[in-house]
Design a protein around this ligand. Sequence first.
Ligand code: ATP
Length: 355
Amino acid sequence: MLTIKDKKRYSRHILLDEVGELGQQKLKNAHVLVIGCGGLGCPVLQYLAAAGIGQLGIIDDDRVDVSNLQRQILFTENHAGALKVEAAKEVLTRLNSQLKIETYPTRLSADNALDLFAKYDVIVEGSDSFSTKYLANDAAVLTNKPLVFGSIFKFEGQVSVFNYKNGPTYRCVYPEPVSEAEMPTCSEVGVLGILPGIIGMFQANEVLKIILDLGNVLSGKLLIYNSLEASQILLPFAKNEAIKISELIELDLSCTIPSIPEIDYSAYAEAKEIYFLVDVREQEEREHFSLGGLHIPLKELLANPQVLAAQENLVLYCASGKRSAVGVKALIEHFPLKKIVNLKGGVSAVIFTES
Ligand SMILES: Nc1ncnc2c1ncn2[C@@H]1O[C@H](COP(=O)(O)OP(=O)(O)OP(=O)(O)O)[C@@H](O)[C@H]1O
């Protein structure tokens, strides 16, 4: 039941015929789980808490870093080093003391996903990991929960609702997982802090629509928002009935490719002259900062490794060492006799070491 305080607090919701007291009661009764308390999770949680979603779950094992503050708007400088889920709970409780907030300072995994999802009505995906997105999708299908999906890359964001009333899923749009090593993260390519805010608010809006049974839920449609053009398109997609999910398998799309030979920057710098340096990043990343060397973006290198046939003692680098590890692996397969190594931590490690 809504209390007198609730009725005052949510009066602007209740005034809407489409919401009313009944709708606000539905929000109060709702259980929503947010995966990832980062750029997307923060705005989602802030709006859901303000809207009066009664029970919120937050899962994330990460701690607040100062570089998060530019977009992870629940956190303040004082939270640096704190567990994100605890910092978020503290802030959200100050915003709305009536909420029940459950925190899970761990990563979503094949071991915990089904039990966790079972406790919630709606799941929001706000991680920055493809394996987590596939895992959340499959767990949503197996537990029959709607999954409110969001993702961002540079200036563009995507939103959709998967498995809504048995509708299409993430795998219907993206059947083939990409290797995370080939997809750089915010810490590698950067992001304008406002974009995850916009996409997170689209996600929060879908959560309310699902709970209140309002409007057209973004099921079977992928909303693509371009922040530079201030434009958006809706791409329709259908359910692929051939895709069957019967168990949870955690995909290993991770960037850490085992047994890739590495060199750290100081060792490389001491003997630069004996190495042939190759930058596998994209042009715009190189314009921003470069360690020099020959520039061959990863895709081009994978398409034509022969371009390095004449070089010896190769050192490959990218922003964090993930994409270059993919390049090193491919080159070793192509030139088994050559010495080919990865620059550990990529450009980020160099900037960090030298700052
Ligand atoms: N399997 C998972 N379970 C729970 N949380 C996850 C999982 N995978 C990723 N996350 C969380 O999702 C959040 C994504 O946030 P965001 O994309 O803003 O990146 P970040 O990791 O905080 O920052 P940066 O990429 O700049 O280091 C992170 O807090 C991360 O810990």
